[in-house]
Design a protein around this ligand. Structure first.
Ligand code: ADP
Ligand code: ZN
Ligand code: MG
Length: 498
């Protein structure tokens, strides 16, 4: 068996309104070449101006990845020729990346794994080439868009770990609000590096896999490559250090047609941009913009709210969804004095992860858009509080929920109008139970016989039937727990006396 080493290079588009060195709009999907100017088209003699918002967002990611932000950070020119980059160099960072020496934990079937982060650096994206038959078209809208690159150390071992790294990182940058994480649109892109070697022999010859536009492809591509390299070594051959492309139609990696040589980029400091020295005010603005990150939030909800790790993970998938959950718990506690935090949270989690989640999917509301959902937190909390204190049956609560959504009204009002409040008063319920006792005398007798004969199954079936009769008489409004108790008492009483 071999040991494997995986390091990722993840690029994210920062959600700055304008590009990183000019005032052009930074947006996906606009008319080609609509958002360009002499700076991002690389005309001679123009001057780049650093977008501070991009640096701030970059520093937020750096902090979230536990990186050190250096006292001085600057830019270099990374020189190479390619038609998607008219300047023939990319402004990037080389010697002083804005985030250095971090680490992040990833959780999965392997437990907790710490992945060291080598650096995060800010750079400009290149334009986009569109190949159509005999011609290639160039769209420079993307040229100059703020790009943050995160480079990990080769600390991961399996495709699964790399997949989880990307998923957790994606969730993190979405929480921070610095990237939309859309892999299909290329707002989050990953290149995966992998080598294998005999245990204890250190890193092997590395292969870089490109063209991985989903976290699933990252997993598949890496696992394919680990197997492929093992076969090469098993055959007594050496792995070629190269760049390969993931072919999603054939589920395999393939060598890139024209092999890129290790270029000499001739990095040198960008003379047109001053060194950036984050001062106290800047660092405070970064600190103030930070939010509770998804993984710690997940742990906090497990501890504070008693939800299961699986539930906490789903709740925390989107920040807006977790906010909705926590606001609903707080609102339910305000409304209902009988609820404690854990019982409120468990009820709300159950509703949220089953009925509400289904409804959101059905109505095409994204989890991230739940903040503007028709069912406001207060309406939802009232519904939950009413089922918790027994004044509303689950069945009627679900009906009220649907009406509240279709009519955009407070479910509490609907419940009052419909007369759906649950009947919990034992005296009222006793009247109904007495009626059933008269009408179903034969069934009661049979239930008593079953009880006497210790035929529990039969007794339970008959008792359930009798409870059902009583519920029918109240259109389902009688509290089934109270009905059940009273019905049982009737069966037991005579049975005990006989
Ligand atoms: P390059 O010089 O090719 O850019 P770097 O040293 O900058 O290589 O590393 C790029 C990425 O490749 C990093 O994520 C790093 O962890 C990973 N990496 C480097 N060497 C190896 C190796 N031998 N096996 C697996 N991953 C590696
Ligand atoms: Zn521009
Ligand atoms: Mg490198």
């Amino acid at each position: 068996m071999y040991q494997s080493f995986i390091g990722l290079e993840v690029h994210i588009h920062l959600l700055t309104k304008t590009k990183v060195f000019c005032g052009c709009r930074s947006a996906f999907g606009d008319e080609p070449n609509a958002n360009v100017c002499p700076v991002c088209l690389g005309y001679p003699g123009v001057l780049p101006v650093l977008n501070r918002e991009a640096v701030k967002m970059g520093c937020m990611v750096a902090k979230a990845l536990n990186c050190t932000i250096p006292e001085k950070t600057w830019f270099e020119r990374k020189q190479y020729f390619y038609p998607d980059m008219t300047k023939n160099y990319q402004i990037s960072q080389f010697a002083s990346p804005l985030g250095q020496n971090g680490c992040v934990d990833i959780e999965g079937t392997w437990g907790v794994k710490r992945v060291r982060i080598h650096e995060c650096h800010l750079e400009e994206d290149a334009g986009k080439m569109i190949h159509t038959g005999a011609v290639s078209l160039l769209d420079y809208n993307r040229a100059g868009v703020s790009l943050l690159e995160i480079v990990t150390e080769p600390d991961m071992e399996t495709g699964e770990q790399a997949e989880v790294f990307i998923q957790q990182f994606r969730r993190m940058v979405r929480y921070l609000g610095v990237c939309d994480g859309n892999m299909e649109e290329g707002s989050l892109r990953a290149d995966a590096n992998v080598s294998i070697n005999l245990p204890g022999k250190g890193l092997g010859k590395k292969v870089e896999i490109k063209n991985l536009n989903s976290s699933r492809f990252v997993r598949l591509g890496l696992n394919y490559e680990i197997e492929r390299q093992a076969k090469v070594l098993d055959a007594g051959k050496a792995v070629t250090q190269e760049t390969r492309l993931w072919n999603q139609n054939r589920d395999q990696t393939e060598p890139m047609r024209h092999k890129e040589n290790a270029q000499d980029y001739r990095y040198f400091p960008e003379p047109d941009l001053p060194v950036f020295e984050p001062d106290a005010a800047f660092l405070k603005s970064v600190e103030d913009a930070m939010v509770e990150l998804p993984l710690p939030r997940q742990k906090r909800l497990e501890n504070e709210c008693g939800v299961s790790p699986e539930q906490a993970a789903i709740i925390c998938e989107e920040r807006a969804f977790a906010d909705y959950f926590e606001s609903a718990v707080a609102a339910a506690l305000r409304i209902s004095s009988g609820l404690d935090k854990k019982s409120a949270a468990s009820r709300i989690a159950n509703w949220l992860l089953t009925d509400i989640k289904h409804i959101l999917a059905r109505d095409g509301v994204a989890l991230s858009a739940i903040g503007s959902f028709t069912l406001t937190v207060d309406r939802f909390a009232r519904l939950v509080a009413m089922t918790a204190d027994g004044s509303l049956s689950t069945k009627n609560a679900k009906q009220a929920l649907e009406l509240a959504l279709s009519e955009d009204r407070d479910p509490a009002v609907i419940i009052r109008e419909k007369g759906w409040e649950q009947i919990t008063d034992p005296a009222k319920i006793a009247e109904v139970v007495a009626l059933v006792e008269q009408e179903e005398a034969a069934t009661i007798a049979e239930a008593r016989e079953a009880a006497a004969a210790k035929n529990q199954k039969r007794r339970r079936t008959l008792a359930a039937f009798l409870v059902g009769k009583a519920l029918e008489k109240t259109q389902g409004r009688a509290d089934p727990r109270v009905v059940g108790k009273q019905m049982q008492a009737i069966i037991d009483a005579v049975n005990g006396g006989a």
